[in-house]
Design a binder for this molecule. Structure first.
Ligand code: SF4
Length: 659
């Protein structure tokens, strides 16, 4: 099988965005610039904060008391000279840092709180509230910025509180506008909609699901409006609308201008230092804002792959080469709940030979996914393996608890999970994610191996650096399959591998799985509701009902001549593209409650062939009368077939499927 044998992705898979290589290169450059700017911003702002805090250490003079002869030039006593009333200009510069920062940060904090409240209320509750609030925002943003500040400051008079209040009044509308658009997106996210649909109160949804998600963006907004606040405070004070009794950089410039320092060489020590200080803070905040923005939006950066923690794998047993990919014996999985427990899997024997696809089918709640999670080593509490043994590529894992499977994950067993399209980390390009998996076995060659697999599953090299959100659903599914197979595991567990895809893409993905099975000699345990599709793809079918396998055999035989009444009912529920038209038959009733066990056949309440004896004995898998499949039905046993678990295993072993 060659690369040219793979059907190209459908037109729907074609990239809709700009070329990935170019965007990735731009992001790499942005990442480096972001780090440098973050460090520069922190240094500049950190220096200003230190000066503000330790101002009394750097100068013995008060910024408001005369300390020398008026209009002194710089000297050893007064490094920046004195002003018209003899106040030390260095003391004013150092203490002025405090006031400038306090005003800017206080105004920014108040504006952010108000803007955040408006954004959340308008974006989450919408309706008339949103209309009113957003018109006010439009009004605030529509006014000439500086003129509004001057009018408000002149109207409310001069003072520290007035300055902070005026700045907050003109600044809150910007974060309100930006954050509201994020709230509008977040309120439509599936898990928020689900929480609301289940009766979650609005306040709880906001605090639990909305606020944590917009906090990074709010941090970016804070830095931005703090930057604007610094400039506005200086402008207000320079125009004489600040509080002249308190020294800030703006009031220094105001007095320098009022005393005609611009007309003499006094501007060098009276105007230049506060101007440079303002520039340092503005640059520091701008640099920091750039870095915070990059931190808040993972799409702007490309981080290095996380180091992979390798676990040592036990040496392969001698029979590993000929051993099946998976062998389960008597697997029992229970979910412990307060006051009860659900036995989701109840004594399942199953074998997946290498190079075979075994389809595990049945209704929801029959235990298919519990088997998939157990075999993959990702079954989580309250799920727990109570009984049974498992062999993975010849390795005897005993009772397959998570720690026992962990060393084999990725190398001997890999999982393509349900909703695999969500299995990709949105913060990393797909190449990094596949290479991260490849690092388990390939070390330095991981990236090359990742390129190979991505190309093999039909993703063009120009798309390898793309982030998941830049790929279509089909391409994401292919990337997940590449990630699962990059280490050539013996067993691939595919849990609904094509769910959520359109018909054409689904067919391409399933065809790809069949091809990879042949190329890599991997055993595939395919869990699905889609009985017609699985029966066409699989070599073997195992039909599950209420935690047990009720029919097992070659897929062609089971699908053409199903023996168990449940299997027949499942096939009758699907239309056939071939043969005579026939009415579709639904299956009445539901899967029984697995918190309790009842005597007799579990399918009896829904079975239209049930006889009296079915209520007394629970049928075990036994050869069918034709001997081609195994069936757990009292009416379908071959004459003289054993009906206990040993009989099941003997029959399966005879066909090369059982343990
Ligand atoms: S054992 Fe009885 S109830 Fe169960 S499937 Fe067979 S006929 Fe139906």
């Amino acid at each position: 099988m060659t690369l040219t044998d793979v059907e190209p992705p459908s037109p729907a898979d074609a990239p809709a965005l700009r070329p990935a290589a170019a965007t990735s290169r731009a992001r790499r450059e942005a990442k480096g610039a972001g780090r440098v700017m973050g460090v520069l911003g922190a240094l500049l702002l950190g220096g200003c904060v230190l000066v503000a805090v330790f101002a009394p250490v750097f100068t013995p003079y008060s910024p408001t008391e005369p300390a020398g002869t008026p209009f002194s030039r710089p000297s050893s006593d007064h490094p920046l000279g004195t002003n018209d009333v003899g106040q030390d200009l260095l003391a004013q510069l150092l203490f002025g840092t405090r006031l400038s920062l306090v005003i800017a940060l206080s105004a920014a904090a108040i504006a952010l709180v108000v803007g955040l409240w408006v954004a959340v209320v308008a974006g989450f509750y919408r309706g008339a509230t949103e209309t009113v609030l957003m018109r006010i925002v439009d009004l605030m943003l529509g006014f000439p910025f500086l003129m509004l500040v001057i009018v408000l400051a002149a109207f409310f008079g001069r003072g520290l509180g007035t300055t902070i209040g005026v700045l907050a009044t003109v600044l809150w509308a910007r974060p309100a506008r930006v954050l509201r658009s994020q709230v509008l997106k977040l309120r439509e996210v599936d898990h928020v909609l689900a929480a609301r649909a289940m009766g979650c109160p609005g306040r709880w949804a906001i605090s639990r699901h909305i606020l944590p998600r917009i906090t990074p963006l709010a941090a970016v907004q804070f830095v931005r409006i703090a930057n604007i606040a610094v400039m506005l405070e200086a402008s207000l004070s320079f125009l004489g609308l600040g509080d002249p009794s308190r020294i800030s950089w703006g009031t220094m410039l105001y007095f320098a201008n009022a005393r005609s320092a611009f007309l003499t060489d006094a501007w060098k020590w009276w105007i230049l230092p506060p101007g440079l200080a303002l520039t340092a803070v503005i640059l520091g905040l701008a640099f920091l804002g750039y870095a915070v923005e990059e931190w808040a939006d993972p799409r702007l950066r490309r981080t290095a792959p996380r180091p992979v923690r390798r676990r040592s794998m036990p040496p392969a047993p001698p029979e590993a080469a000929s051993a099946p990919a998976l062998r389960l014996e008597g697997l029992v999985v229970e979910y412990k709940l307060p006051g009860s427990s659900v036995r989701a899997v109840d004594g399942v024997d199953l074998t997946v030979p290498r190079g075979h696809i075994v389809g595990l089918v049945g209704e929801s709640g029959c235990g298919k996914t519990s088997i998939a999670l157990t075999v993959s080593g990702v079954l989580r509490p309250p799920g727990r393996v109570e009984e049974g043994r498992m062999w993975l590529a010849g390795h005897d894992l005993g009772r397959p608890a998570r720690p026992a499977v962990a060393p084999f994950r990725g190398r001997k067993v890999a999982l393509v999970p349900q909703a695999a399209m969500n299995a990709l980390n949105p913060a990393y390009p797909v190449l990094d994610q596949v290479a991260e998996a490849a690092r388990l076995t390939r070390g330095a060659a991981a990236t090359r191996r990742a390129h190979e697999l991505l190309e093999r599953v039909g993703i063009d090299r120009s798309r390898h650096d793309a982030f998941p959100h830049e790929l279509s659903g089909g391409m994401k599914q292919r990337a997940v399959i590449a990630m699962a197979l990059v280490n050539e595991p013996a067993l691939l567990v595919a849990d609904e591998p094509a769910s959520g895809l359109d018909v054409v893409t689904r067919a391409q993905v399933l065809k790809l799985l069949v091809e990879l099975r042949d190329e890599l000699d991997v055993g595939i345990l395919m869990v699905s509701h889609d009985l017609p599709t699985v029966s066409r793809m699989a070599d073997e079918l195992a039909v599950m009902y209420a935690g047990r396998i009720v029919e097992r055999g070659p897929a062609a035989t089971v699908s053409s001549a199903p023996q168990h009444p449940y299997t027949r009912a499942l096939f009758s529920a699907f239309p056939s593209l071939y043969g005579e038209c026939r009415p579709l038959a639904g299956l009445p009733g539901e899967v029984p409650d697995l918190t309790s066990t009842t005597a007799g056949c579990r399918f009896r309440p829904r079975c239209d062939e049930a006889v009296e004896h079915c209520a007394e004995e629970e049928p075990a898998l036994a050869p069918s009368p034709e001997g081609t499949t195994e069936v757990a039905c009292l009416l379908r046993r071959a004459p003289g077939a054993a009906s206990d678990g040993d009989g099941d295993r003997d029959a399966a072993a005879a066909r090369g499927l059982g343990p």
